[in-house]
Design a protein around this ligand. Structure first.
Ligand SMILES: [Fe+2]
Length: 488
């Protein structure tokens, strides 16, 4: 039987778990506030079979959907595989059939026509549906109550794009979901689909545009007036894929770009602004308007943070990485406007914004980061090292308002924010924290923090009976929203 590689992508915190389990009434240390009523959904890549490619990465792992259901202070947990055609085909064969990360030319011939996406990036909730997304394909719908996979989701046959981002933006006032798909016309196409789904989930708009090059577009921004597309020079190439190479290679001398168009406008109105060379960002906190100026706050680094996205002659040296929370701005009233860039906060990634702040001027964000005073980060997660601290940052001043760590050996997953019903109350932060006891042995727990006092002892901790593999992204769905589910 094939073994999982002994690499950072498959050992330590990234050791595959692969256990589907359900637990009711997990032991809660402390008290979960009664107003926290809903479900914390998490996307957890976990390869069900040892990969055929020994250099495979965590992001290739089969998607599992994890759910904490919290109600009246009680916590239940369920985790299930997303039953994509790829997962089903490999389960039947009892071995891996697909090859390298996002290179279908390395798949076995018998699965060349099988959808190879693994739905492992973000559980998206909109209009009563739970969609497990990954940007290389369409979403798969999952029953939010049973976690059973319903099937590939194409908005009732309306979506033309072959892909859908894992980073959608839901307007908190209109309830519309704005999203995009890149490589929309198929592998290594420069087509980008820009889409809007109404509050009821109906696809109301899909327009395609061409991006300046074949880059990874992982996230985008949405203001009250504009859709904002930052692009970075991490590029793909069909001939490289045909030769069995990697999907992505970062080009340190390549330009970055910012595309801006009216959010209800035509893609032909897109204006492109050139940014600094060689930079990279995967996640953006928020975008907003200030008069005719559009701002977008991005977790920017001087190079791509993923080691496997570097050229062999330009390997990643983490010691030379720099970056921080950076605001890109353009004054759209100026026909000759140029992109302005300034630092507005510390380095970090996997930011969590209040849902109500989406697209509006805002003050603060929760931002996982590395604090070197705590000690070396735990190896694991998609980039190979995990955040060891959580910051609460005022983006209007750059000040760190509060910081939370649990000491050496602890790793933060992306948090979610649960708003409070009490006026003036900042709400709650929920996150899974992993603790590496020794190599190959870790424990996981859910912590509940007061959102504006994250350094205070958690108001509740829930120890997991089974370790959890590091998540990518998560989504909080309130009990009221769950009640609107299309499925029972
Ligand atoms: Fe992401």
């Amino acid at each position: 039987m094939a073994r999982y590689p002994d690499t950072v992508q498959f050992n330590r915190l990234n050791r595959p778990v692969g256990i589907e389990w359900t637990a009711r009434n997990l032991e809660v240390q402390g008290t979960i506030p009664a107003e926290i009523d809903g479900a914390f959904f998490r996307a957890v890549p976990d390869p069900a079979h040892a990969p055929r490619d020994p250099q495979d990465i965590a992001l290739s792992g089969d998607g599992m959907v994890s759910r904490f259901r919290i109600e009246n202070g009680h916590v239940d947990h369920d985790i299930r595989y997303v039953h994509t055609p790829r997962f089903e085909a490999e389960r039947k064969a009892r071995r891996a059939l697909f090859g390298k990360y996002r290179n279908p030319f390395t798949d076995l011939p018998e699965v060349r026509t099988v959808d190879r996406t693994v739905s492992n990036t973000t559980p998206v909730w909109h209009a009563g549906r739970l969609l497990m997304t990954k940007e290389d394909g369409r979403a798969y719908e999952v029953n939010p109550h049973t976690l059973e996979t319903i099937g590939r989701y194409d908005f009732g046959g309306a979506l033309r794009s072959q892909t859908m981002t894992a980073h959608v933006r839901v307007d908190p006032v209109t309830g519309e979901m704005f999203f995009f798909g890149y490589e929309a016309g198929g592998l290594c196409t420069d087509d980008v689909a820009y889409c809007i789904a109404g509050k009821d989930g109906t696809l109301t708009s899909e327009q395609w545009f061409k991006q300046p090059y074949l880059s990874t577009i992982h996230d985008f921004g949405l203001t009250e007036k504009y859709a904002v597309f930052p692009l970075f020079p991490t590029l793909t190439d069909l001939e490289r894929l045909k030769a069995g190479g990697d999907h992505w290679q970062h080009e340190p001398d390549g330009d970055s770009w910012l595309g801006v168009m009216p959010r209800y406008g035509k893609v032909s109105e897109m204006r492109w602004f050139k940014g600094p060379k060689g930079v990279s960002a995967f996640h953006f906190v928020n975008a907003f308007d200030e008069g005719d100026t559009v701002h977008i706050d991005i977790c920017l680094t001087n190079t791509n943070a993923f080691p496997f996205m570097h050229r062999p002659d330009d390997p990643l040296d983490p010691r030379t990485m720099t970056g921080g929370l950076t605001r890109w701005s353009v004054d759209l009233s100026d026909p000759a406007a140029q992109l302005q860039s300034r630092l507005v906060g510390p380095p970090g990634d996997l930011p969590r914004l209040r849902d109500a702040d989406q697209g509006r001027p805002y003050q603060s964000v929760w931002l996982p980061c590395y604090d070197p005073r705590i000690g070396p980060p735990v190896a694991g997660g998609p980039v190979g090292s995990c955040f060891n601290c959580l910051l609460y940052v005022d983006v209007t001043t750059g000040a760190v308002l509060d910081a939370m760590s649990m000491g050496p050996g602890y790793a933060f997953n992306e948090p979610v924010h649960v708003p409070s019903k009490t006026p003036g109350h900042a709400g709650w932060i929920l996150a899974v924290i992993d603790h590496e006891i020794d190599f190959g042995h870790h424990e996981s727990e859910l912590v509940v923090l007061k959102a504006d006092a994250i350094s205070a002892p958690p108001v509740a901790r829930v120890k997991m009976p089974v370790p959890l593999r590091p998540q990518v992204h998560g989504w909080w769905v309130s009990g009221g929203e769950l009640a609107t589910s299309k499925h029972r």
